[in-house]
Ligand binder design. Sequence first.
Ligand SMILES: NC(=O)c1ccc[n+]([C@@H]2O[C@H](COP(=O)([O-])OP(=O)(O)OC[C@H]3O[C@@H](n4cnc5c(N)ncnc54)[C@H](OP(=O)(O)O)[C@@H]3O)[C@@H](O)[C@H]2O)c1
Length: 234
Amino acid sequence: MNATPTVNEPRERQVATLVMACLGMFVDGLMSRPLALITGASSGIGAAYARLLADDHDLVLVARRADRLSEPADELRTTGAAVEVLPADLGTPEGIAAVTKRLAAGDVRLLISNAGAGGYAPLVDVAPDEIDRLLTLNAVAPVQLARAALPGMLAADDGAVVTVASLLAFSAGQVDPHMPSRTLYAAAKAATVAFTRTLAHEVADTGVRAQVGSAPGWWRPTSTTEPAVAFPSP
Ligand SMILES: NC(=O)c1ccc[n+]([C@@H]2O[C@H](COP(=O)([O-])OP(=O)(O)OC[C@H]3O[C@@H](n4cnc5c(N)ncnc54)[C@H](OP(=O)(O)O)[C@@H]3O)[C@@H](O)[C@H]2O)c1
């Protein structure tokens, strides 16, 4: 809207133009949606978060495969959400850098670090560079992303960091055959739980919240029910 009245306009019209401009800015302010960035948004729990949020948030969707993000992005845009697709491999420093660069813009108010994958082999059978990739994806990425998102959230005194863990975070030392030993995955998810809970205390005196949004035991996308996910309360 052009809010600048010209000198030849009658005074009433100039006032009306300014009032309309102010009203427009007020309505724009009321209508603007907070921006949420969700990792692992192309399937499972991340896709469920995206569907839940699309009613009243704009979204940045992150996963490795852009083609798997495009379809849900188109679907979510029909709800009125503005949706960005950001392909990145969070098991690599380059992928993490692509997402932290986006977060450094300071406009994301809800970060959901959900992307993760399990390593099922006994430690002695895991290749050394696989160790780095699994720990980077499951433990380092949530920390780096939170670090990049926090300055913008703290400056706005508003925001939330949500991580997705696993029941296996609490499984150390158990010998249940239904919980095969996954040293790296259990260690990374335990780190994520400790990180998130400690961060929650660190920001407790601000308008920013941190919470483990979900620590599932076993849930599949083919399930008839949505996974149990949570958002921090104000
Ligand atoms: N489902 C369960 O029963 C269960 C149980 C315990 C914990 N969890 C945790 O819950 C979270 C989501 O699980 P889910 O079952 O919904 O997973 P999922 O259906 O396998 O989806 C994983 C998502 O993460 C993305 N992803 C995987 N590796 C990535 C990488 N290196 N970089 C960026 N994105 C990556 C995948 O997309 P691309 O493949 O295109 O990258 C996909 O969008 C994970 O953190 C998982 O550990 C799930």
